[in-house]
Design a protein around this ligand. Structure first.
Ligand SMILES: C[S@@+](CC[C@H](N)C(=O)[O-])C[C@H]1O[C@@H](n2cnc3c(N)ncnc32)[C@H](O)[C@@H]1O
Length: 340
């Protein structure tokens, strides 16, 4: 029998459909079933031993290439994908995937399907306030006597960029409080030109990076602005009014803040950090999706990327897997980590 190839465009159509169904899909998993009609609901590949073997191979491949844990959300999505594919095409498709680099179109589709992109401005305010009131003033004080002082940060797993812009705004706020920057009445932001500031945002998913780069966000309830302090609205400009059919207005991050940022694809399961000698590394709400091995690997990358007095911020549920590399730096109700 000739097996029809399962092409990248087939995968593209399938993942687009799965993304469209995502809400219903998540609801159906919450109810403990696959949703839809019962026939299509069962992952075809788990019906036979061969199917189980292919599934295990697929999940192990995802984990080895991306660090994404072969359990939880990602496994559910992977099952859903396999269940929607013609079973007969899976072995050759999987063999093809094993040969392709992680930045190939097939992998990009998969990564976009398997990753969770929830993010918003000023997420976890306790941690950010500690950074603004204690950590950044210390970094500024240690550097301000240099002729070209630098503050450089990396947000790993930055999704659509809100965290990157938040961090750039925090740095400007801390510089303002130190008398090194000024917010003009007309909204312009002036930073003493001798300061070298940069915030790099990276993500394994190139699609979210395209949105991040634009710096333009729709304003809707529980959307990206849900926890933005009122005092920070001046860091944005209106980009569009609400649409005639009630579509949300959009806001654009001000050009002076966007100029401090850049975005690159980067996989935390890769061998090297994207840059070195950093003042800050942020990796929040990312490691929870990775395997234990990938978490340890990522934390070793952060250690290599940080300068001697550099500070690491993890998400509230993340555990330090490399305590020999970092020491806790406690705030009133939060913790960051200093490079040892
Ligand atoms: C839930 S978002 C977190 C966004 C932001 N850090 C925050 O806390 O609001 C998780 C992001 O991690 C990214 N991610 C997952 N695995 C990754 C990997 N191996 N390398 C880099 N980014 C990854 C996903 O694509 C996603 O955009």
């Amino acid at each position: 029998m000739t097996v029809p190839p399962f092409t990248p465009s087939d995968l593209c159509a399938l993942t687009a459909k799965l993304r469209q169904d995502d809400e219903a899909f998540r609801r159906s998993f919450a109810l403990g079933c696959f949703g839809g009609d019962e026939e299509g609901a069962k992952p075809a590949v788990s019906e036979a031993g061969r199917g189980a073997e292919l599934r295990a191979r697929f999940l192990a491949l995802i984990e080895s290439r991306t660090g994404i844990e072969a359990g939880g959300n990602a496994a559910e999505r992977a099952d859903r994908l396999l269940a929607s594919m013609p079973a007969v095409a899976i072995p050759s498709w999987l063999s093809g995937l094993e040969m392709e680099p992680v930045h190939s179109p097939g992998w990009e589709e998969l990564v976009d399907l398997l990753t969770v992109h929830e993010t918003y401005f000023f997420r976890d305010p306790d941690q950010l306030e500690f950074l603004r009131r204690s950590v950044l003033p210390e970094l500024i004080a240690a550097r301000r006597s240099e002729p070209a002082p630098r503050i450089t940060a990396w947000c790993a797993g930055c999704s659509s960029g809100e965290e990157v812009y938040t961090l750039a705004m925090l740095i400007v706020e801390a510089l303002r409080e130190a008398g090194e920057a000024e917010l003009r009445g007309d909204g312009r932001i002036l930073i003493q030109p001798r300061w070298r500031l940069s915030v790099l945002g990276t993500d394994i998913d190139r699609r979210v990076l395209a949105q991040a780069q634009g710096g333009r966000y729709a304003d809707f309830p529980m959307g990206p602005f849900r926890s933005l302090p009122d005092a920070w609205t001046g860091y944005f400009e209106p980009a569009s009014e609400p649409g005639p059919s009630g579509g949300p207005a959009e806001r654009m991050v001000r050009g002076e803040i966007r100029a401090l940022t850049r975005f690159l694809p980067h996989n935390l399961a890769g061998a090297d950090p994207p840059t070195l000698d950093l003042s800050l590394v942020f990796c929040r709400n990312v490691l929870i999706y990775l395997s234990d091995r990938a978490r340890r690997h990522a934390q070793a990358l952060f250690h290599r990327a940080l300068a001697r007095d550099g500070v690491l911020a993890l998400g509230p549920t993340d555990v330090l897997r490399q305590p020999e590399l970092f020491q806790p730096y406690w705030g009133a109700s939060t913790v960051l980590y200093r490079k040892k």
